[in-house]
Design a protein around this ligand. Structure first.
Ligand SMILES: [Zn+2]
Length: 296
């Protein structure tokens, strides 16, 4: 199809341009950021580990030259009111439209266990830091928001009320202040560091955006990492989808044999691979290029 060829050529031109600027997305660097975040230990909402992770993320954003702000709020949880903080970096463009890349940086509260969430909570936060480092140095048309959500995980058991605290808060705020209307797309990443990466063909996501990502990944030679079987996963993209934003969740939900490493002490950095971060970073940057050219 003509459109496909055109956007592929444009995406390739974008990648060449980025390369000429001397800043390329590095899976190794994203893994390094993740490893550092994991070194702070368990990072559930309100913990010292999460406080240190937040300070680290803000320092890295400052070093990359990104404007960042914190969105503090009080979440009503089954364990009582909890203060949580999203981190939002804003890279201004010129078109008046925006694209958001999001993911969570908290880890699941597991009393009595040392759960460090290398893949679940770590990988999304590390990948977003590498995106910040790269995108801060590139010219762009659309504004780019990079968001680290607090409180993605349930504090007790996953329900609509006990989960997605940070994304629900930001979606409501962005609806009030008009930011939602500028968003042409929001792509959330979660558990994308698994060395053996296989992305879920996530069923709640906006179909056109999911197919754009799948087509782009295939063009980049990553086809074997793309799931085709439909799975539906409630994640931080949901509050935005519910408000009419085209949103996509990129998630691998086969982490270890029978997903055995998910939400266990086995979720450690040795299970992660730089190549998986590279794949997701390359796809996101190419998709951003396509969105800037086809959604003016
Ligand atoms: Zn989780």
């Amino acid at each position: 199809m003509h459109w496909t060829k055109t956007v592929a050529a444009l995406a390739a031109a974008g990648a060449l341009y980025a390369a000429a600027m001397g800043v390329r997305f590095s899976g190794k660097s994203a893994l390094k950021f993740t490893t550092r975040l994991v070194s702070f230990g368990p990072r559930p909402p309100g913990s010292e580990g999460l406080e240190r992770a937040r300070a680290y993320i803000l320092r890295q954003l400052a070093a990359a030259g990104c404007r960042a702000s914190e969105q503090a709020f009080t979440a009503q949880t089954p364990l009582g009111p909890k203060t949580m903080k999203n981190i939002i970096a804003w890279l201004p463009g010129t078109s008046g439209k925006a694209v958001a890349f999001t993911g969570h940086y908290d880890t699941k509260l597991m009393p009595g266990r040392v759960f460090v969430g290398a893949n679940d909570g770590g990988s999304s936060a590390g990948l977003l830091l590498e995106l910040a480092r790269v995108l801060a140095k590139q010219p762009r048309r659309h504004d780019v928001y990079l968001v680290w959500f607090d409180g993605e995980e349930a504090l007790l058991e996953w329900t609509e009320k006990d989960s997605l605290y940070g994304s629900r808060e930001l979606a409501a705020k962005w609806e009030r202040d008009g930011t939602l209307r500028k968003l042409v797309a929001l792509i959330n990443v979660d558990m994308i560091g698994d060395r053996d990466l296989r992305l879920v063909h996530e069923g709640y996501s906006a179909a056109w955006l999911r197919e754009l990502a799948w087509e782009t990944a295939a063009e980049l030679g990553y086809g074997r990492h793309l799931g085709r079987e439909e799975g539906a996963i409630g994640d931080d993209h949901m509050p935005f989808l519910e408000r009419g934003v085209p949103a996509l969740d990129l998630i691998d939900f086969t982490y270890g044999p029978d997903n055995r490493w998910w939400h266990t002490e086995q979720d450690t950095v040795d299970k992660l691979g730089a190549n998986s971060f590279q794949l997701v970073g390359d796809v996101l940057i190419a998709v951003l290029g396509k969105l800037e050219r086809t959604k003016p």
